[in-house]
Design a protein around this ligand. Structure first.
Ligand SMILES: C[S@@+](CC[C@H](N)C(=O)[O-])C[C@H]1O[C@@H](n2cnc3c(N)ncnc32)[C@H](O)[C@@H]1O
Length: 271
């Protein structure tokens, strides 16, 4: 299969386009990765160069979604960042006590293919005896349309759920016929509301006055530069309830941020 090469000049065009549209800052050594990910689109569109694809992208709005799908890294898993779930297990009574009118509002702000919001739902179902008495809503958003389609379906392969404790599999998934597909139970799916949302350029007022008890924004800010990250964190902090928690990825860190107190690595509390 012939691979179309990307020149330095072409890479710079895409680098700027990606930054201006998603906030993702591509390092120079990512040229090969970009080339690999976009070659399929060039072939599908019968284009001979990245310059042609750049022009096509500029002239065809509908290509934007496909472009974002091709460049975004959607790696995720159930119960990722084990220390955060241990922390939450210890903290759950306090979280419940702070919930106004038995309402829990949670935001999975870069939810990818859904493993994160469904983990939150499974966790709460297991850890809260009064699970059914609480009004729980999980907002799950991502920039990638394709990832959200998979998330909404809530169907995963055996290998994706294989590492989960057995009780989570038996209590929360139904095998689809005799296939290797496992569907998340509807009572958990019903807790989650999926939305396409760009953390960098999106309008945070779209979520109205909702103040969240917990916000998960994990393994996405690693792709942003410091200024972008600061802005995103500031916007998220505004949407957090006092006493609420912000969870980030374990390899990410935040600079001192007004209103957010460091708790343990990758966990911050709104004060
Ligand atoms: C590596 S995944 C992380 C998924 C999950 N939070 C986790 O930790 O397992 C990063 C996700 O961020 C999304 N993303 C990238 N840039 C974004 C942006 N500007 N706004 C919202 N989501 C974005 C990607 O589409 C991808 O699904």
């Amino acid at each position: 299969m012939e691979v179309t090469q990307i020149s330095k000049k072409e890479f710079e065009l895409f680098k700027k386009y990606i930054y201006d549209n998603t906030g993702i800052r591509l390092a120079d050594h990512k040229a090969t990765l970009l080339k690999t990910r976009l070659n399929k689109r060039l072939r599908e569109l019968d284009l001979n160069s990245f310059k042609e694809y750049y022009e096509y992208l500029g002239n065809n709005q509908s290509e934007y979604t496909k472009f974002v799908n091709a460049i975004s890294t959607n790696v995720t898993s159930f119960f990722r960042e084990a220390r955060q779930w241990e922390f939450l297990t210890k903290e759950i009574e306090n979280i419940k006590a702070r919930a106004t009118g038995k309402k829990l509002r949670i935001w999975s702000a870069a939810c990818s293919t859904g493993e994160e919001p469904y983990t939150i739902a499974m966790f709460l179902k297991k850890e809260m005896e009064e699970f059914n008495d609480f009004d729980i809503k999980i907002l799950a958003s991502d920039i990638s349309h394709e990832a959200l389609i998979k998330a909404k379906r809530g169907i995963y392969k055996g290998k994706d759920i294989g590492d989960l404790p057995k009780h989570h599999i038996t209590n929360n998934f139904i095998r689809v016929g005799k296939t290797d597909d496992y569907k998340i139970d509807d009572d958990l799916v019903d807790l989650v509301m999926f939305r396409e949302f760009n953390l960098v350029y999106g309008d945070y007022s779209l979520f109205g006055k909702t103040q969240f008890d917990l916000i998960f924004c994990r393994n996405v800010m690693i792709y942003f530069d410091n200024d972008t990250k600061q802005n995103v964190v500031q916007n998220l902090a505004k949407k957090l309830k006092k006493g609420g928690y912000l969870f980030i990825g374990h390899s990410e860190s935040l600079m001192a941020h007004e209103g957010l107190q460091y708790v343990i690595p990758s966990i911050y509390k709104k004060i």
